[in-house]
Design a protein. Sequence first.
Length: 198
Amino acid sequence: MKLVAITGGIGSGKSVVARMLQVVGFQIYDCDSRAKAIMTDCDEVRQQLVQSFGSETFLADGSINRQHLSAVAFSDNEALKRLNGIVHPATLRDLRQWVGEQAEQGASLAFVETALLHTGGLDQVVDEVWHVTAPAQVRIKRVVARSGLTSEQVEARIKSQVEEDRIADGESVIINDGDTALMPQVMNLLAQLEKTNN
């Protein structure tokens, strides 16, 4: 089975591309939602998070205190590294299991949506990378509109992902600037995949 990563920085539009692929019938592993579920449901990960970031990491109902964790992680590079060091290996294990399940069900192609392709080690398990891009000001505007974060907070997150934003050799680029049509780009990349598979 071929596994393709859909990557790009915050606000670039990875999720839009992933939803398009879902609509045409492909399975998508969403790293962000799976990582959040792992942080909440996996006892070992919960314990490590509390040890690193304090008991206030979780709210009384057991859910993640996103405000606390974001404030700590995005204001301190070492704290962000510690957080990633806890969450990324667990997510990678979960992804490998999911890939095995997809292959068992007969899938020949599946996708993983991730903002942290290299940091999370996912670049080691994917066969191809589709990098979604958009100008910084467009990304900031999108994230502010959907999240309630300030533009300064969004800029801090973009800066923390600067290494991930770089387009590596061999990555296919999808432009999502609000003017360029997305679907033809996606369908063209799918057609190229089909050619290489045949």
